[in-house]
Design a protein around this ligand. Sequence first.
Ligand code: SAH
Length: 237
Amino acid sequence: MAWRCSASTNAKLVDNLAAAQLLSTSRVIDAFKATDRGLFSPRRPYEDAPQYLGYGATISAPHMHAVAVESLHEYLYPGAAALDIGSGSGYLLAVMAKLVMPGGKVCGIEHIRELNDAAVERFLSSEGEQGNSWIKNGDVVFWTGDGRKGWPDPEIKFDAIHVGAAIPVVPESLISHLKSPGKMFIPVGEAGDTQHIYEIVKDSAGVVTHNRKFGVSYVPLADAEYYYSKGDNPLVT
Ligand code: SAH
């Protein structure tokens, strides 16, 4: 089971995720091995559980990251464009960058500026000079804003969209950001109520299908005020 994937190092965590068949694609396993969760999670990085980042946000559990990236992996090829909404710690931007580079683009939207600034620092400590040039060249972009509205340029289309917070109804703005073909991984449902992962696929003819997968529990895709109002919740470093 997923929570049994906890380990003492990143390499062992990824091995456990693979042994549990939550990771199975070799290039995805390589990307997880090359991205040390210890540089993105302020506490207990190799425990298979979400960890608190501050401002009401958490870095998702390793098994959720694994399932999400496996779900999208065919759309995360070198040269592809990927969007991560509610990018939090920045961990998935680092994983996805390894899959879509060279030639790809990775965009993250996070509405809490303090979390996003910390995510850039975490990304740079993980990705070093390479990461610095990706950011400088605009190949990796950390945007502070409301992800429900989609990317600031509505004309940009993405092969893969990951949404890291739950929303009751999938916004049209996000579906129209999908390329044909393209795929979105999104938790749908009210906070505190039953939520499900949906895989939304737009085929090469532009036909969209919604597939309900499994039950989950995510923080909500909400107004920034909702997160700021979570009282004494400064950034966890
Ligand atoms: N996948 C990320 C974070 C998951 S927590 C990780 O694993 O690190 C969900 C994140 O969504 C939080 O950081 C929260 O601040 C952000 N979020 C919530 N509502 C949002 C919105 N409307 N627009 C952008 N980001 C949002």
